[in-house]
Design a protein around this ligand. Structure first.
Ligand code: GGG
Length: 358
């Protein structure tokens, strides 16, 4: 297995090495081998070189089996020389788009022992998987300005919605539900207002669901969904949604599952014609970077997703179990969960748990 490693900036430089240490323990335990190639891209690299992600590196990345990514971003106090959004669009979105990672898979699960801001809910109430469309929508960079910096300025940001793009991600959500025994797929969109793009979504959904007898289906407007994720999260099992709405509701999902430190993700190219990328949902968190305070669980869970994708299900399960053990024990909680444990202590605990896995 060939794994490209891109820690990026800030806490990415702490949680990715922690994830690699757990990956290495899993490889020893379960007898698989892999090689890693390091890539330096991110905000700090940009400040030194003015380079984001060159095409030559993108080509190399594509040829790996997977990419383990941390976070890109720099301390806003020192980032005046970085044009707004350049790191996100020219590094993160470039990989997602050019490597055709059209599924952004974001499990939202509350682990036992982790505090949630919701009252009277437990782990059995929050266990959903959000399938975010990852290569279209409002994120395509399709738009522009007219009469920029004049009183008549016009800015267009055009939502791109293709039949092929919508169908393939909806089908992925149903296939995922079928493979993992999930019972319901809910489409989240805004058909009452976005009457062209989201009309295509609902028509494709209605058509495709016919191929998946036995899987319940539902439709929610995105505004209602944000309310239900707080008031009755148990109604959600698999959600499929647009790029923009997926971005927003998965941050809400992260909040109810205990915070950004618990939220893992996979940017998946199901065809395997180019590498898929696995990353914690969180950013570079410059306020806590370099202090050993970052919660590495989101990265461990992303490594587990990567191993599942790379056909190492036993190793993936062992890492999941390790995360559950850590979550259940307050002495291993980092500051974001109300505890005092360091990134290093949790990493050691996760390694020990993987080593003793059955
Ligand atoms: N792992 C997700 C990621 O890196 N997202 C980019 C991001 O949030 N950048 C802003 C920041 O790190 O402050």
């Amino acid at each position: 297995m060939k794994i490209a490693v891109m820690p990026g900036d800030g806490v990415g430089k702490e949680v990715v090495p922690a994830g690699l240490a757990v990956l290495s323990a899993a490889a020893r335990k379960f007898g698989f081998t892999y090689t890693t190639t390091d890539y330096p891209f991110g905000g700090e690299h940009y400040l030194k070189t003015r380079e984001t992600l060159p095409d030559s590196a993108l080509k190399e990345l594509a040829a790996h089996d997977a990419i383990l990514f941390g976070a890109v971003g720099v301390d806003p106090r020192g980032s005046a020389q970085i044009p707004q959004g350049i790191l996100e669009t020219e590094i993160l979105l470039k990989m997602r788009f050019e490597l055709d990672q059209y599924v952004n898979l974001r499990p939202t699960k509350l682990l036992a022992g982790v505090p949630t801001p919701l009252a009277n809910v437990g782990p059995s109430d929050i266990d959903m998987v959000i399938v975010r469309e990852n290569t279209e929508g409002l994120y395509c960079g399709n738009g522009g300005f007219l009469y920029k910096n004049t009183p008549h300025e016009v800015a267009n940001q055009i939502e791109v919605t293709t039949r092929r793009g919508v169908e393939r991600v909806i089908r992925y959500a149903f296939e995922y539900a079928r493979q993992f025994g999930r019972k319901k797929v809910t489409l989240v969109a805004k058909t009452n207002v976005l009457r062209f793009a989201h009309n295509l979504w609902i028509r494709a959904f209605e058509q495709i669901k016919g191929d998946y007898a036995g899987i319940e289906t539902d439709y929610h407007h995105v505004d209602a969904c944000t309310m239900y994720m707080v008031t009755k999260p148990k109604i959600y099992d698999v959600i499929v949604t647009t790029n923009m709405f997926g971005d927003i509701i998965t941050d809400l999902g992260a909040a109810i599952q205990g915070g950004m430190g618990m939220a893992a993700s996979g940017n998946i190219n199901p065809t395997r014609q180019a590498a898929s990328m696995f990353e914690p949902v969180h950013g570079s968190a410059p306020d806590i970077a370099g202090k050993g305070l970052a919660n590495p669980i989101a990265t461990f869970l992303s490594v587990a997703m990567m191993l599942d994708f790379l056909n190492q299900p036993k190793a993936a399960s062992a890492i999941h179990r390790a995360c559950r053990e850590i979550a259940a024990d307050v002495k291993f909680h980092t500051r974001d969960l109300g505890g005092q444990a360091s990134t290093g202590q949790i990493t050691e605990a996760a390694i020990a748990a993987v080593e003793k896995a059955g």
